[in-house]
Design a protein around this ligand. Sequence first.
Ligand code: AMP
Length: 207
Amino acid sequence: MRVVLLGPPGAGKGTQAQIIAGRRGVPAISTGDIFRANVSGQTELGLLAKGFMDAGELVPDEITVSMVRDRLAEPDAKVGFLLDGFPRTIPQAERLRSSLQELGHGLDRVLELVVDEDELVRRLSSRRMLVDGQWVQRDDDDPETVRRRLHVYQEQTAPLSGFYETAGLLARIAAVGSVEEVTARALAALGQPGPERSDPTGQPSAG
Ligand code: AMP
């Protein structure tokens, strides 16, 4: 399974990526998480990325693309992957296509999580993450940066929806309701039933 999750900040990509990837036995690869880990570790990449992230801007394509290329070359991504937060620009999508082509692969599906903007703002302003046992707000979830990130999404990332629709890869689902409801829609859109449907006992399975 080689899948991209597309959707604005606050659509729930990270949550769904973890669940779906776990069920399908592929790694969930989040460029935002990789950048955040590098920022906390104060690596060279983290220092480069931090200013862009704090401003709600995208990290430049050349930095992001080579980082993803390296990640996709790791052994666990051989069986497939679920990309969360990449690509975010048309040039990134083109570079992803050519990198996969070189490996003799292509994407199976691009799943777009659709949520209206008012709901996104509500979700992002109340979102907290657990760091060292404490619930904290992400640095880029303050109201001004959220507005900027949503604007950047509309300008630079939303065109990917048309790009992947033309390629015949796009499936859109409404990312509203409970986490379980969204997961069920996502698994249905990915073309294979989830464990709940295939297992009449309702026991979770490895997927
Ligand atoms: P996320 O956790 O996906 O919301 O990403 C947090 C931040 O990391 C974004 O606002 C960007 O600054 C940066 N980032 C994550 N993924 C990408 C990407 N594919 N291209 C450029 N910047 C990215």
